[in-house]
Write a protein that binds this ligand. Sequence first.
Ligand code: SF4
Length: 933
Amino acid sequence: MGASYVALDLETTGLDLENDEIIEIGAVRFDAGDVIDSFQTLVNPGRPISPPVVELTGITDEAVRSAPPIWSVGPALEDFLGDSPVVGQNVLGFDIQFLRRAGVRHSESVYDTHLLAEMLLPGLSDYGLASLCECFGIAQEVRHRAVEDAEAARMLFLVLRERCAALAPEVLGQAEQWLSLTAWPSRGFFREISEAAVARTPGTFGDNRLPQHPPEPISPKGEPVAVAEEHVLSVLRSAADHPEVFPAFDRRAEQETMTAAVARAFNVEQQLMVEAGTGTGKSLAYLIPAACHAVANGDRVVVSTATINLQEQLLKKDIPGVQRLMGCENRGTGNKEQERLKACQLKGRRNYLCLKRFDALRTAGVMSDEEALLAARIVIWLAQTETGDRAELRLSQGEEAVWRRLSADGADCTSSNSPYVVEGSCFLQKARRKAEASHIVVVNHALLLSDKATGGRVLPPYTRLVVDEAHHLEDEATIQFGFASGERAVSELLERCESLPGQVQAGLRTLESALGPHAELAGVTAELSRRVGVSRQPVRDCFGALAAFMQQHTIEGFEREQRLLINRAMRVQPDWPEIEIAWENLRLVLNQVTAGLKQLEQSLAAPGAAEMLNYELIRAELDSLLQEMQATVIGLAEALEKDDPERIVWLERERSDGSVVLSSVPLAVAGLLEEYLYEGLSTLVLTGATLQAERSFSYLQERLGLENAETLALGSPFDFRRAALALVPRDMPEPEWPAYMDSLAQAIAELVRASQGRALVLFTSHSSLGVTHQLVGEMLRGEAIQVLGQGIDGSARQLVRALQSNPKTVLLGTASFWEGVDIPGDALSLLIIPRLPFSVPSDPVFAARSALYDQPFEQYALPQAVLRFKQGCGRLIRTKTDRGVLVVLDRRIASRSYGAAVLGSLPDCRVLEASVREMPGLVEQWLGRVPSA
Ligand code: SF4
């Protein structure tokens, strides 16, 4: 490393690249030996620094008052930067943008440690500076100050350099070759290392695709044997002897009751629904009986969850814990030698890299920047991954499109003598074999349902199923058995069809003779291009007719979500035939394109065609296009041609660009679940924290077609009378009143002042969230409480992290915050629900399904809202030492008769009716009070 670099970091008044200003610059010049020089200055931003930034950085208005403005610092900084590559964390997307705005010149080579770490260290859960520094033991005593952060980035850069130099020469060489084709500003990093002598020594990280011996599949040991409930309970209780694995374990009656009930469901082959309140420890309560049954019988149990968080908890914590218990226990069971419990996670095909397709890409000639960047990331990742699972790569949106062509989805896996299958390196096959050899297979609801619906191509056979987070099953089945497509999706599909002929033509040029049998390929591709070309106008006409119809029949102001249910009444409107004619024209041309794709498929099967460049990639794209095109034509035809009383069809406008999307979903999923999921199962356990509405399972039983299932309701072991106070308003205005939004914002601002942040507000609509974010932000300006909105200040995950690192925060969230958010401890002490979460009446699925009931509000709308309300409230008390206040600002909870049903769904806590003015005092009092024993 002969060259020198400059590590750079800026502190700013905020994260807005257009409007915020620099307040501090720190830079460190260095080479392989050490630091050569440093540069540090405060900068006067010409505006006040907000309290959250002062709190974060310690830089005050006072401190920058006499500092120079950026225009006078620029020349000295330019001198310092010289033409050395600039190094820094997130420097490309942030610091460099601020420098450009300030007119500060710098080298074109910018080595972003965040991006380099993503490339060189796939699979980390966090690529933030603090996490990376912690990962490599880089001490960071001061954070969020420019020169200290620049110094941390310098040290991180040196570690990444070493890591890169340790790559096998062929891996490094291939990555460098691909990156050199791109305009990526960090490409020089790989070139330098590739050229350096150190890179020519054999590296540590080479190709990881070593042949592996496939694990033995498990097989049933004859007639099923029952596992005694007492035995299962003894395994659970033995967790108390392993504080190193279960540090917070204590015996809970609710957990033991659930464990025994699940064990019984396995023994007597039952359908069982268990509602287990927060803190029950339900995952151990089903995993232990499932594991005992599976190991004793050589059987397989599939465990399905809705969220990634729960999957991670099962795979990283609970299952290894159960494995430990199962490995240690042998008390009085008669089983001298317990078989080891084996478990794994299985995902859908599109999650796994197809090596056949990737190797085809390796030989490809011209690549786009995105392809080359992803290819370089993958070749480095291949040296380290064991799973080939894209979750380790954290793909960007642009990379997702490239990944689609490299994944195992739709790959032709029929050849059993494929080298990847023979050598055992195919990731999909490895994952399947591991699942075949596992007693517990963890999946998500989407794979569980899509695998059954498409003929079980991924999951190994099973007859025992546990569904956690079961309240999501109806929604997921609605998606999996549904269809949606719009003008944008169809146009994108056609664009992909349009680019296929060019790829084939380029491939043909690489064949020794493009004449003879391959001459017809040129004709077939030309015809395909022509057919795609003539399909453009019918696409515009058909979706234009749908948009016009929607415009005509949507009542402005009432249809807030811009959705239109297409029922029989709509299909007899005088302008509906225009849609039928436009669709008929579109259907004809789409069928022509599909026929053109099939002709191309036949021509590509001709002898010798496989020799062409990119053959595998072209085949992969062709297979997936054929599948998608056929599904699109069938889906559109079913939605537009048939008035099927069993389907709900509606038109909707995309939020992003206003284009029209046509959707069709089943009216009821119970029958489909019966046919595709429950059929053939001997044990089915559904569980979750919110399965009962109004203290009854009947709503969910009916929705899921499980009227005969056994049920068990278990309360939470937490002492909610000590932990939680619920406040309901006496005097909040109705949402329709003109002053409602101002009153709501005022109430929220006062409440979060009383709690000093530590607050989450759960909205039912993005628009209310946006308005409140602005109003509360203005009301709290100048105070040390930051106001963060979902989709405005970051993703749900980023906002949760922000609250945890700075509890003086109020988070405003919508759908994904109502459940799955787990913030234990003081960081979340106040939960505010502005409105009860009733479905929007104009929502087509809600409207169509509620029409099936005699009393739609009592039988459908209310139970649905109660379940959501319970999920939201479940965010507040997460551990037995948590303490918090729930404030419901919807006065209907106190004024309407159904309010009692909503309040009755809360755990046994103190409920107070109060005026909005009294509430902040009550919050302060409750949170400040010393908890009684
Ligand atoms: S078996 Fe299928 S997924 Fe695996 S490498 Fe071959 S084509 Fe790809």
